[in-house]
Ligand binder design. Structure first.
Ligand SMILES: C[S@@+](CC[C@H](N)C(=O)[O-])C[C@H]1O[C@@H](n2cnc3c(N)ncnc32)[C@H](O)[C@@H]1O
Length: 326
C-alpha cells in the first residue's frame, strides 16, 4: 500500500559522520540537540475539543481533521520556514514574473505565506482563505483574509496564482488564462538512503496513508499531482520533488537545518496529523492513536534512523486561449 521510493531525486542524502560517531546513544538529546524548541462574527468561532486538541467546527467537525489551536499554529509557522529552506528562499517556483496582479492562497492557515507574498508583490491584491479565522489582523494593506470553505462554489475572479491543497474545486474556472495553479504537499511515504526505517515513524505514516485512502484522498505522489494538473486542463506542468529529512542527520548544512526544524515539529505534527484521522477514520482507540503518534515522533529523534519524505511542489498554467468563465 505504501508508495514506492521516488527515483531521480539526485544523489543520496549523506549522513553526517558526527551523527554516527556514538552509535550506542540513540537519541539526539544526548548529543546536544534539544527537542523543546476581525472582521468576523463570533459565530464563526465554533470549536470542538477532542483528545487534548481544539478543532474548528463552524463548517462541520469533519471538514478539517487537523486542529487549529495555538500549538498547531506554531507548527504551521515553523513549517513555513522549513519550506523556505527547502525551496532555497523561494515562495514559489512558478515563473509568475515580477508583477502578478492577484494571488489567492486557499487553506492559508496562519496566513504566513500570504503575508510574505503581499510584502514581496506589493502591487498584487492578495487574498488568503481558510475555514478557520486564525490569521493575524495586522497585515500588509494589499492582503485580506476571508473565512471560506474551498469545497463550496468559488466566486473569485481573475485569480493569478492560487496554491491549493487537497481540493481543486473552483480553481480552473476562476484562474485567469495564463495564470498559474500551484499545489505543494508532503507525500505520506517513509524512505531512507540506508534503509533503516522499519520503525514507529513508518507505522505512523502507514496509518496516515491508510486513513487518507479510506477518506478518498490518497496521498500525493509526483505522478498523481501531475495527473491532477493535467486532468485540470493546465499546461507546462512541472513537479519538483525534494527530500525532506526528519532529524538532524544529514551532512549537508541546509538539509541538516531542515531536518532539525522538522524534528522540532514532530511532537505536535504527529498528533496534529494523526489523532483525529486515526480515531475518527480508522476507529483506533484514543490511547492507541496517541501511542502511534508518540512513537512516530520519537523516531525522528533517533540517530540511527535517517528518514526522509518526498515533498512535492507542482504547478501548471491555464492556457492563454482558454475561456474565462467566472
Ligand atoms: C496544513 S494547513 C496549511 C496551511 C498553510 N497553507 C501553510 O502552508 O502553512 C491546511 C489548512 O487548510 C485549511 N483547510 C482545510 N480544509 C479546508 C477547506 N475545505 N476550505 C478552506 N480551508 C481549508 C485548514 O483549516 C488549514 O489551515
Amino acid at each position: 500500500m505504501s508508495s514506492s521510493k521516488p527515483e531521480n531525486l539526485g544523489s543520496n542524502l549523506e549522513v553526517d559522520p558526527a551523527v554516527l560517531e556514538d552509535s550506542v546513544a540513540d537519541s539526539y538529546d544526548s548529543s546536544g540537540f534539544c527537542t523543546s524548541t476581525e472582521s468576523l462574527t463570533s459565530s464563526i468561532n465554533q470549536y470542538i475539543f477532542e483528545n487534548g486538541r481544539r478543532y474548528h467546527s463552524y463548517y462541520g467537525a469533519d471538514k478539517n481533521l487537523m486542529p487549529t489551536n495555538e500549538t498547531e499554529q506554531d507548527r504551521l509557522d515553523l513549517h513555513h520556514e522549513i519550506m523556505l529552506l527547502l525551496l532555497e528562499g523561494k515562495l514559489h517556483l512558478a515563473p509568475i514574473g515580477p508583477d502578478p496582479q492577484k494571488i489567492l492562497d486557499i487553506g492559508t492557515g496562519t496566513g504566513i505565506w500570504a503575508v510574505d507574498c503581499a510584502d514581496i508583490y506589493s502591487n498584487a491584491e492578495v487574498i488568503g482563505t481558510d475555514l478557520s479565522p486564525i490569521q493575524p489582523s495586522w497585515v500588509p494593506q494589499n492582503l485580506k483574509f476571508e473565512v471560506d470553505d474551498m469545497t463550496q462554489e468559488w466566486s473569485y475572479k481573475d485569480v493569478y496564482f492560487p496554491p491549493i491543497g487537497h481540493s481543486r474545486f473552483g480553481s480552473y474556472r476562476c484562474l485567469k488564462p495564463g495564470g498559474y495553479l500551484k499545489i505543494a504537499e508532503m507525500e505520506f511515504g517513509t524512505f531512507s538512503d540506508d534503509d533503516k526505517i522499519d520503525n514507529g515513524f513508518r507505522t505512523w505514516m502507514e496509518y496516515l496513508e491508510e486513513a487518507c485512502e479510506k477518506l478518498g484522498r490518497p496521498t500525493i505522489t509526483a505522478e498523481r499531482v501531475k495527473q491532477i494538473l493535467n486532468d485540470g486542463g493546465l499546461e507546462g506542468i512541472q513537479v519538483a520533488t525534494m527530500k525532506q529529512p526528519f532529524g538532524p542527520w544529514a551532512k549537508d548544512e541546509r538539509m541538516k537545518k531542515v531536518g532539525t526544524m522538522t524534528m522540532f515539529t514532530a511532537d505536535s505534527g504527529s498528533t496534529g496529523y494523526g489523532l483525529a484521522l486515526f480515531t475518527r477514520v480508522l476507529d483506533v482507540a484514543p490511547e492507541k492513536a496517541l501511542a502511534v503518534c508518540k512513537a512516530g515522533a520519537a523516531d525522528t529523534k533517533n540517530k540511527n534512523y535517517h528518514m526522509w519524505t518526498p515533498f512535492h511542489v507542482a504547478y501548471g498554467r491555464k492556457p492563454i486561449s482558454a475561456d474565462y468563465q467566472v
